[in-house]
Write a protein that binds this ligand. Structure first.
Ligand code: HEC
Ligand code: HEC
Ligand code: HEC
Length: 125
């Protein structure tokens, strides 16, 4: 009897967990109070914003705007224990951890820098 109840509880909690797919532990943004969009919006639609921003920049020359890819990296990149910047597409880093989880591959960083702009400056931040 006790076993039957325990199994019942396990199944019930298993179902509850399946309703809400857990996210991988994400690296915290190292700067910025908030994202460029509310969290449910940026989680769902960031790819659309990025594509739109790309079209604005490449076709119309608009730069430094709200959904800049450079901006994402400037806030979301992280340093390793030795204080060196880590590529944002490296395993476990911000963009990569979620994408590995959902099996999405992006080719953006073949052309775009995967390190924040401060990493390319002579003086440390
Ligand atoms: C073949 C090279 C290449 C690849 C691959 C590429 N881009 Fe770009 N992208 C460019 C170039 C060149 C520009 C223009 C850079 C500029 O003028 O600032 C650009 C500009 C952008 C911009 C506007 C500038 C900015 O930082 O906001 C965004 C956004 C962008 N790309 C997003 C992406 C995303 C997202 C991907 C992957 C899905 C991607 N790009 C893949 C070459 C590439
Ligand atoms: C001004 C800094 C800043 C910029 C620019 C920025 N973000 Fe954010 N973003 C944050 C902060 C702060 C959070 C809240 C979570 C945290 O602290 O890491 C966040 C959260 C997110 C989340 C949700 C993570 C989660 O917990 O599920 C995604 C996805 C995201 N950002 C993607 C992007 C993308 C893509 C861009 C570029 C278009 C971008 N962000 C630009 C600061 C920024
Ligand atoms: C909270 C989880 C999460 C984070 C963090 C995240 N992504 Fe995504 N991303 C996704 C999901 C989920 C998809 C697939 C959505 C779909 O297929 O409809 C996706 C898709 C994309 C795509 C479109 C890929 C394609 O071929 O369709 C691009 C581009 C992208 N993400 C860029 C980024 C960049 C750049 C970062 C880091 C600044 C980032 N993402 C961080 C969850 C995330």
């Amino acid at each position: 009897m006790a076993l039957a109840i325990a199994v019942g509880l396990l199944l019930a909690s298993g179902t509850a967990a399946a309703d809400r797919v857990p996210l991988p532990a994400l690296v915290k943004a190292h700067r910025g109070e908030a994202c460029v969009e509310p969290l449910p919006v940026i989680r769902r639609d960031h790819m659309k914003f990025l594509m739109h921003q790309r079209d604005d920049t490449v076709h119309e020359g608009i730069r430094g705007a709200r959904h800049s890819l450079v901006g994402c990296i400037d806030c979301h990149a992280a340093k390793d224990d030795a204080g060196r910047w880590v590529r944002i597409d490296a395993p476990g880093q911000f963009c990569a951890s979620c994408h590995e989880y959902v099996s999405v591959t992006i080719d953006c960083f073949g052309c775009h820098a995967a390190l924040p702009t401060v990493a390319f400056r002579k003086t440390a931040e």
